[in-house]
Design a protein around this ligand. Structure first.
Ligand SMILES: [Ca+2]
Ligand SMILES: [Ca+2]
Length: 377
């Protein structure tokens, strides 16, 4: 009887241990490590370096280094990429087409209160006819602008720009001494600009069809003016992105992956530790990737954030607005659409009504733009 009791006690102990493990695994928290603000820190990558502090991470990087593509760490000879030749090559695809966005009313914003960025409330907005770029401004189109005007971007003048840590080469990483306090995955990289997206040892030779990045609001304004276009207002951008659908989260509907299909370049996996790139891209994607919306526009949401004309405010007129242009003045400009860094748990901003803000001289590795126009240039 004694031996039976001992075996029974052991049996019960083992069973309890197993069930405890099962119970623990059922209630196990998801593998997300959220930051305080539950966002990607995209609004922190400002030129005024709000909150930039010495980077401990620069000496002992604990995040895995991940290459975007083979050209990130190409040799210095290849970095002397000369785009003059490329832009005269008739085989290099252009991305400067526009589509008419027909006049009419739409519902702007959202009542869902998914962020504190001032998306709410929903309001009716009327817009006249306007034209919108089909694609985000690509490197090849920006190269045409620079060749014609010798324009120097603000990132080139300041000699640095913000880059997502995991895209930076080991060599460049070893030279960085600062980071953004509230979003330590943003590092100011000396020599990062539109021609060198991850710093001096990177180039765009294989990314001519990708969106131009490291461009400030001021740079975007200059480009659009040169092209005979202008920046869209926030209302124009949002109407164009919605593609004629009312009250939908995304340009194609409410399901992120309809029929299991990837429609957008965002982040998969744990942010900011690792991007599994199940949609095919760990950083920027070509501007004509993924299906277009019903207006024929590509990558409005996702891929890169896009500057718009408006100053940022969370206050909105509730009365039906006619071609609204936003506040008369401000300190930061609105950006729309989210980027390849967006993840639902951190930065649920890859939606039509979502918005962000940065100072007009800021630039980063996930921020670009597209132009609008009243008449075709
Ligand atoms: Ca992606
Ligand atoms: Ca975009």
């Amino acid at each position: 009887i004694f031996l039976f009791n001992v075996f029974a006690a052991i049996f019960i102990l083992v069973c309890t241990a197993n069930s405890l493990e099962t119970i623990t695994s059922i209630f196990k928290l998801p593998p997300y490590v959220k930051n305080d603000k539950e966002d990607c820190g995209c609004n922190d990558s400002n030129r005024d370096k709000r909150g930039v502090e010495d980077a401990e991470v620069a000496e002992e990087p604990d995040l895995p280094l991940q290459k975007v593509s083979s050209d990130v760490t190409e040799t210095k000879i290849e970095n002397k990429f000369n785009f003059d030749k490329e832009i005269d090559n008739p085989n290099v695809k252009r991305f400067n087409q526009m589509k008419l966005i027909p006049k009419g009313e739409f519902t702007m914003g959202s009542n869902a209160k998914l962020t504190k960025d001032g998306e709410d409330p929903e309001r009716r907005v009327f817009l006249d006819d306007f034209y919108m770029d089909v694609h985000e401004t690509s490197n090849i189109e920006f190269a045409h602008f620079v060749k014609a005007t010798n324009y120097v971007t603000e990132a080139e003048k300041f000699k640095n720009s913000f880059v997502l840590e995991m895209l930076i080469s080991k060599e460049t990483l070893s030279k960085i001494t600062q980071q953004v306090a509230s979003s330590p995955w943003w590092l100011p990289v000396d020599g990062a600009d539109w021609l060198h997206p991850e710093g001096p040892d990177s180039n765009i030779s294989k990314r001519l069809n990708h969106p131009v990045i490291h461009v400030s609001w001021n740079d975007a304004k200059s480009y659009c003016k040169w092209a005979g276009k202008r920046l869209p207002t926030e209302a124009e951008w949002e109407k164009a992105a919605r593609g004629g659908l009312e009250n939908r989260l995304f340009p194609w509907g409410n399901k992120l992956n309809p029929n299991g299909k990837y429609m957008i370049n965002i982040w998969q996996g744990e942010f900011p530790k690792g991007n599994t790139a199940e949609d095919g891209y760990a950083a920027t994607a070509p501007v004509d990737s993924f299906p277009p919306n019903k207006f024929g526009l590509f990558n409005t949401v996702g891929n890169v954030w896009e500057w718009v004309e408006d100053w940022y405010s969370t206050y909105h007129e509730l009365e039906r607005a006619h071609n609204p242009k936003g506040p008369k003045s401000g300190k930061v400009k609105v950006k729309k659409g989210g980027s390849y860094m967006c993840h639902k748990e951190f930065c649920y901003r890859y939606r039509c009504s979502a918005r962000g803000e940065n100072t007009p001289d800021s630039s980063s590795s996930n921020l670009g733009f597209r132009c609008a126009a009243d008449t075709l240039p």
